[in-house]
Design a protein around this ligand. Structure first.
Ligand code: FAD
Length: 368
């Protein structure tokens, strides 16, 4: 294997797959490194939210293949459930795809354009010295040193790229969880159900994929089991979930909250020729936590920055951070909704709370 590349993309999620695809199709020698053996799963509802992302997936990757078609058709909208208030419906069709299938398809498309995908390759550090990026990788216990002109770090929430570049930056960590049951409860089918049991514990989500019901949400560190148990008890008491039912499987992942540091520019997700995107840069959309669109947008912008930088000599960091700032600008208004939701909850105005929660989701779905 060559150890020198024009671009090394780290992380085979949607952000990395699109970045690698775009660089490779422009003729840049591109290596896509993935820590896990592919196909790999990701703790995620897999909802492709908003028209921008749906359109760019079609444009860049093509029509969904047959094994995804069913998942792209079933979810016809969202339902916000607040106790004592009418259910708020948002009729916005949204594909909900298993990430294992989606991400594998996207990586394959990057390979078809000439990117070299290497899985089971865990990056342990990244640095830039005299315009050269050095990427250290562990594979089967062996350490390998790779070199590139540019690095695009789309290596998820626990990003090694971010920690290598900004070792002192320690954003707030939350734990995402997902439990899969073979059951149905008294909750609308074909809806992504957003359930807020008011101030007792965090919002959580219920949706169905074929025979399966998925219970998903976020928990504070150290509160994972309690948070999931509270959600289960709420469903048992209010939505006819069987009390003795056990999940077929559960998984989870870390996620970080970085809006404040991003919007105040305390944290800038790029340095020289090393660009960071998606969950690695904390770019999830506030309120919904949607991150597929954000990672794809960042992956796209990072690739464009690399391509332009190679052409014009303009620093990749500068081009990329301009695109990041444009996106953050779009995030700004969502905070106004966030405040409205928070204030209504504080005042125990549950009618307004339910309405503003639904409206904040509706607005967030139009950001990308
Ligand atoms: C419970 C839950 C539900 C969610 N539901 C949705 C949803 O419905 N819709 C939505 O848009 N968003 C959702 N999100 C958010 C979404 O999952 C992420 O924002 C999205 O996956 C980010 O994509 P990414 O490409 O940045 O990173 P990831 O998808 O996390 O990909 C990062 C990749 O990098 C690899 N990697 C990590 N470290 C290394 C390393 N050191 N070396 C090499 N490779 C490495 C990982 O194995 C992974 O393959 C959800 C999140 C959670 C927790």
């Amino acid at each position: 294997m060559s150890s020198r590349w024009e671009v090394i993309v780290i992380g085979g999620g949607p952000g990395g797959a699109l970045a690698a695809k775009k660089c490779a199709e422009k003729g840049l020698s591109t290596l896509l490194l993935e820590k896990k053996k592919m196909p790999r799963d990701k703790c995620c509802s897999g909802m492709v939210m908003g028209t921008w992302i749906q359109d760019i997936i079609k444009k860049e990757f093509g029509e969904y293949p047959d094994d995804m078609k069913n998942d792209t058709e079933n979810l016809n909208g969202y339902a916000v459930h607040v106790p004592g208030e009418p259910v708020q419906d948002l009729n916005i069709h949204t594909p909900a795809i298993w990430r294992k299938i989606l991400d594998t398809w996207m990586c394959k498309k990057a390979e078809e354009q000439g990117a070299e995908l290497r899985d089971s390759m865990r990056v342990t550090s990244v640095k830039e010295i005299d315009g050269k990026c050095i990427v250290i990788v562990k594979k089967d216990g062996e350490q390998i040193e790779l070199e590139s002109e540019f690095v695009i770090g789309t290596d998820g929430a626990n990003s090694v790229v971010r920690r290598s570049l900004f070792p002192d930056f320690k954003p707030k960590r939350l734990i995402g969880y997902r439990e899969c049951y073979e059951t149905r409860i008294n909750m609308p089918e074909n809806r992504f159900n957003i359930i807020s049991p008011l101030n007792r514990f965090p919002i959580f989500f219920i949706h169905y994929k074929k025979n399966y019901m998925l219970l998903e949400g976020m928990a504070l560190e150290g509160m994972l089991n309690e948070t999931i148990e509270n959600a289960r008890q709420y469903l048992i008491q209010n939505h006819e979930m069987k009390s003795d039912i056990k999940p077929l499987w559960r998984d989870g992942c870390a996620t970080h909250v970085m809006y404040k540091e991003l919007s105040t520019k305390v944290f800038r997700p790029a340095k020289g020729n090393i660009l960071i995107g998606g969950d690695a840069a904390g770019m999830n959309i506030p309120v919904t936590g949607e991150g597929l669109g954000a990672s794809i947008k960042n992956g796209y912008d990072a690739a464009i920055a690399v391509i332009e930088s190679k052409k014009s000599g303009k620093p990749a960091e500068e081009i990329y951070l301009n695109a990041i700032d444009e996106l953050l600008e779009k995030y700004h208004d969502i905070f106004t909704y966030g405040l409205r939701v928070g204030n209504a909850l504080k005042k125990k105005d549950y009618k307004e709370y339910s309405k503003s929660l639904a409206e904040s989701w509706e607005y967030a779905l139009t950001i990308l």
